[in-house]
Design a protein around this ligand. Sequence first.
Ligand SMILES: Cc1cc2nc3c(=O)[nH]c(=O)nc-3n(C[C@H](O)[C@H](O)[C@H](O)COP(=O)(O)OP(=O)(O)OC[C@H]3O[C@@H](n4cnc5c(N)ncnc54)[C@H](O)[C@@H]3O)c2cc1C
Length: 393
Amino acid sequence: MHDVIISGAGPSGSQCAQVLAEAGYKVALIEKDTNWRKPCGGALNPSVIEHYPQLKKLSLPKLKGVVMHSADYHSLKYQSGEMDNGTIVDRLKFDNFIREIAIDKGAELFDKNISFDFIIKNNRKVGIKTKSASKTKEFFGRIIIIADGMSSKLALKSGLRSKWKINEIALAKCSIMEGKHQLDEEHAYVFFRPYKGYGWIFPLDKRRFNIGVYTFAEDNLNYNLHKAFNRFLNDVHVKKYIPTSNYKTIWTGAYPFPTEGVLQKSLYDDNLMLIGDAGGFVSPISGEGIDAAIKSGKIAAETAIMALEKQDYSKNFLRNYKNHPEIKAISRNYKLKYSMIDFFYKNNGENLNRMLALTEKDPEFKSQVVDMFISKSIAIPDKDFFSKIENAL
Ligand SMILES: Cc1cc2nc3c(=O)[nH]c(=O)nc-3n(C[C@H](O)[C@H](O)[C@H](O)COP(=O)(O)OP(=O)(O)OC[C@H]3O[C@@H](n4cnc5c(N)ncnc54)[C@H](O)[C@@H]3O)c2cc1C
């Protein structure tokens, strides 16, 4: 019997396991495959590094800024001390690095185990069933945490949420490529597209970069992801940074992510919590989810610790997770970003075009854009911000 069973050892699950193990609880961390590289841009904002100072031991690229391009190729270059600690990681290495931290603290990792259902006794979810190549296993625990990403079977079986609809998600494809590039290694490159989504190039070192594209909402149906990816690779403005014609693809993958913000009504039930992508913790528009995955993992672990101390695993008690001020702040921030999508992407991204054009002429407006899209603080733009964009020619 474990105190807590966590399905999924991605950033949310590993962080959750670490906090629980540090507090002395018996944790089972169940993972489908530790050799899987999650398709991801791998951009980490500074607060992830603050959270995991151990990452400083790795020689990771230092991200000092970002270059944003509109679909009609206006651009904004931003460089600031605040981004000093941002970086780009290879997800295979990063996920294993933070898994190891959880294991060092005492969490038990069960690799090559796919969780597929709950064990139910007296109408209560008392554990989960997993299958591996050779057998099925049962894990029993006082609290179950679902951290196995947006394709989670357990999240569906829990009855807390239904299957994502195509317009509630993003479809993304990316590759790690190798060859001589013209990217400034201290910057991440983002290219808004004339459809809902964007393309990115994130330099990993002097010769390697992560490149990808995503579509979201109704544009998942209007655009073919693989064609969008190929068009992005051959776009003349993108070619400026990656001019060579024979880059070697080291790895490639495609995966969806949720785009409508935190599923506040579906985060907890009796002895159950959903964290990370499984609970919708991905920022609308930017697609950034690693930081929020880690934060939700930490707060769910702290809630579980209080529940274990009180021996109260009820839905009523676990509501504290959803009501935690940091979870509320993330949810609010995502709601705000979600509410701006239609404005920005109206008429093939026209307002994004105007916004970036304006930043080229107006430094004060530029700093508002930076606060909203890039900076750590949650800046709520005022009405003037939007009318300036709408009235720009
Ligand atoms: C293409 C793409 C690019 C992205 N780029 C960025 C970026 O640059 N920066 C950023 O911050 N965010 C990015 N994101 C979002 C980010 O990847 C996620 O928000 C983050 O990984 C969520 O962490 P998680 O732990 O909740 O889930 P995941 O990282 O998805 O981890 C889930 C874990 O559960 C395991 N698992 C799955 N099913 C089972 C099962 N049945 N049984 C056991 N284990 C299971 C998986 O193997 C995995 O290890 C991107 C997403 C995509 C798809």
